[in-house]
Write a protein that binds this ligand. Sequence first.
Ligand code: ZN
Ligand code: ZN
Length: 339
Amino acid sequence: MTKIARNPSAIDPMIAMVCDGPGTLLREERRPLPTPAEGELLVRVLACGICRTDLHVIDGEIPAHYPIVPGHEVVGSVLAAGGGVAGFSLGTRVGIPWLGHTCGRCAYCRDGRENLCDHPKFTGATRDGGYATHVVADARYCFPLPDELPDAEAAPLLCAGLIGWRAYRMAGDGQHFGLYGFGAAAHILAQIAHWQGRSVYAFTQPKDADGQDFARSLGCVWAGASDEPPPVLLDAAIIFAPVGALVPQALKTVRKGGRVICAGIHMTEIPAFPYADLWGERQILSVANLTRNDGTSFLEVARQAGIRPTVTCFPLEEANRALADVRAGTIKGAAVLVA
Ligand SMILES: [Zn+2]
Ligand SMILES: [Zn+2]
């Protein structure tokens, strides 16, 4: 493949929505089109989902390198490749996830747990992401995407779906699953669990009748407020909302030997709770990042299950408005930027 493909859109400059530092609004910036280095792809962004992690980057709640272009649920089309890239051709539709690079040498990488790499790079936090018309990515961490889904619907699979899937696998083989925070991740996971014949219990903010109706429409057997007890004890509960107070609440809903999985990258402080609520071999676990194996296995399951994310699309330039809506919790399903 040539270094810069002779595609008309490659002549246009790149537009990026840039975060200069914690607590600032994103600013639109025009940049020259980047050139992919050895092992990299230059990708024309077709859609980029908004993840709650993007808010944590913008709020300075997790490590990031500013100025940064957020966005790690990127669906795009390959425009050009640097040297040494195999397996992608011009126009291939690819997904670019949160895990942007790993060292391949640390104990975690050698042990097949690259999600815990000591020297990682994360798309949209420590390397530029997909709130832009173009992005450069390490080809080894990009996934070819199946053709079934439109671009905007494929985008939320790349983090909401994928990290949700990692959390779901960690939750074990039980029948009764609770999901706290019925946003982008939960609404995808609920479809998979329902497809597998499992029973899903959705916990939303109190009085969020719309969110509870939405959960039931996707096959959840019960939907209620996060401070309500479900009708049965759960085998596992997965917490997607960044609210530490949900951990002791969720612990009360799981049976002996059950698990509470914290699936977010950031959470407010977890309040103290009686040891008796943990006793009985209940477990509290966290999920960090993803491996490439998570990506390929999840995308295949999503294809088989016929997952159709519910999306609300915003033009790229309206990223600040979209982020405000995600922050307010008013988006049903996932918010997606389209360039
Ligand atoms: Zn490593
Ligand atoms: Zn994410």
